[in-house]
Design a binder for this molecule. Structure first.
Ligand code: BGP
Length: 471
């Protein structure tokens, strides 16, 4: 296997609400995710207690050999009222974290917004359903660029804008609105795109040497069969779930075919004068890719009615119910792929498919910002975690990244698996773990939150040491 480029950013990722805890400490206010994580699981109040243990965590990163660490900043820690007064304790925390990383030669990669809108702004004007969010978001970005831009070279604007619209639990709708939920979604998507583009422009203005882009959540879409009806369903699903967002970010436009879809479904967003120019001007320097699985679809019949995805939150295999988008596509499973207990289909080649599809169209440098497998880990009496399923999953994905670089000529400058350490899963608490480092707690028992290196920790250490030669 040929090797990875020199200076390849072998990293790992987390997000503030999932790892930090201290959710109301030292001036922080609540975000919408702090409030919405399902009550049957661990909440975000303590999470992995990273807020208090970040030095120990960074020393584990150093031992692992990380070249980069992707984390998010909590808007609610920096600006507890959403705007205005800056919370010095929050600034101190991120300053110390960034210094600790830089002093250990670990490149900080900062996500500005990872689902965690301040509750105050949701209450005041409905968050991203109002254009009032744009100046507030820009102010938040300005604070981050001014305070941390001297040490942070890589910025991610918004995490998985697409999933906020495709999954049923990541955004709030306005009750009693005269707009349909679909229309509200497209309005919010438009406003979020404006916020993203404004952040990109501001970053270029204030930090000309920094690089900025979005973190996209992408699952490539496959047709169930070669029946042209299934092919068309897959083309349309790919457009609705992936290309739509990519075209907005990279070409600053609503595809004509998407415009027809939105008109037909009465969900065209309100586009004001200057919006499209702004979106075009916010040119990304790179694209972050969050990749976990692929999706397969088949054609819909006239009887098929729209149905929302039912997520398997408990890890009881087989309980996911795929969504149907009336007149467009119907989700189905892929008989060629294995799946984890949460029914996520494991598809390493799908990562290479994704990288090819995106790079062929946009030729922007790519950074893998998330990739990993959620599983129930067991801590043995000897305090070991034998998670070969995790290193197997990652090994197969790293191989495909290598093929994409070497054989397909795609510019990929880093790989940041999800996640560095165990954390609160967005859907399933602590039952579903992703980390290289085990955190000794469960959803119900807090225990000591002691950190233990999993077998995958040592595996990844070897990968990084050999720059991807030893998998
Ligand atoms: C991505 C999010 C992460 C993380 C991951 C795993 O969509 O960016 O925040 O949660 O998915 O998802 P889950 O925790 O639901 O298994």
């Amino acid at each position: 296997m040929p090797s990875f480029p020199e200076k390849f950013l072998w990293g790992a990722s987390t997000a503030a609400y999932q790892v930090e805890g201290a959710y109301l400490e030292e001036g922080k206010s609540l975000s919408v995710v702090d409030e919405s994580i399902a009550p049957e699981y661990a909440d975000t109040s303590i999470a992995s207690d990273h807020y208090h243990r970040f030095k120990e965590d960074v020393s584990l990163m150093k031992e692992l050999g990380l070249k980069a660490y992707r984390f998010s900043i909590a808007w609610t820690r920096i600006l507890p009222n959403g705007r205005g007064q800056v919370n010095q304790a929050g600034v101190d925390f991120y300053n110390e974290l960034i210094d600790e990383l830089v002093n250990n030669q670990i490149e900080p990669i900062v996500t500005i917004y990872h689902f965690d809108l301040p509750v105050v702004l949701q209450k005041e004007y409905g968050g991203f359903s109002s254009r009032k969010i744009i100046p507030d978001f820009i102010e938040y970005c300005r604070v981050l660029f001014e305070l941390f831009g001297d040490r942070v070279n890589y910025w991610l604007t918004i995490n998985e804008q697409s999933n906020m619209f495709l999954l049923p639990y990541l955004i709030s709708f306005t009750e009693n609105s005269d707009q349909s939920k679909l229309k509200q979604k497209y309005e919010m998507n438009h406003i979020m795109t404006l916020a993203h583009a404004s952040a990109v422009k501001l970053c270029h203005e204030l930090l000309p040497n920094a690089k900025i882009g979005p973190a996209l959540g992408i699952s490539p879409i496959y047709p169930k069969t070669c029946d042209p009806k299934d092919i068309l369903a897959a083309e349309k699903a790919e457009e609705l779930r992936n290309t739509f967002f990519l075209e907005l970010y990279c070409n600053g436009r609503y595809l004509p075919t998407m415009q027809a879809y939105m008109r037909g479904n009465d969900c065209l967003p309100t586009i004001e004068a200057g919006d499209l120019t702004l979106i075009k001007e916010g040119k990304c320097d790179f694209l972050g890719i969050n990749y976990y699985d692929s999706k397969t679809v088949e054609h819909v019949t006239e009887q098929d009615r729209t149905k929302e995805l039912v997520i398997n939150k408990d890890g009881q295999a087989g309980t996911t119910e795929k969504e149907v988008v009336e007149g467009v596509y119907k989700g189905c499973s892929n008989p060629y792929l294995e799946r984890n207990d949460w029914d996520w289909e494991i598809d390493p080649i799908g990562l290479r498919v994704t990288l090819n599809r995106i790079y062929q169209r946009y030729q922007l440098p790519l950074l893998i910002t998330e990739n990993g497998v959620g599983a129930i880990d067991t801590l043995t009496e000897e305090k070991k975690i034998h998670d070969t399923y995790r290193s197997d999953y990652l090994k197969k994905h790293v191989e495909q990244v290598c093929f994409a670089i070497v054989q397909d000529g795609i510019e990929i400058f880093g790989f940041c698996p999800w996640s560095f350490i165990d954390l609160v899963s967005t859907t399933s608490g602590f039952r579903k773990r992703y980390g290289f480092v085990y955190v000794d707690r469960t959803d119900t028992a807090l225990r000591e939150l002691t950190r233990h290196r999993k077998d995958s920790f040592y595996w990844y250490q070897g990968v990084i040491r050999s720059n991807g030669k030893v998998l």
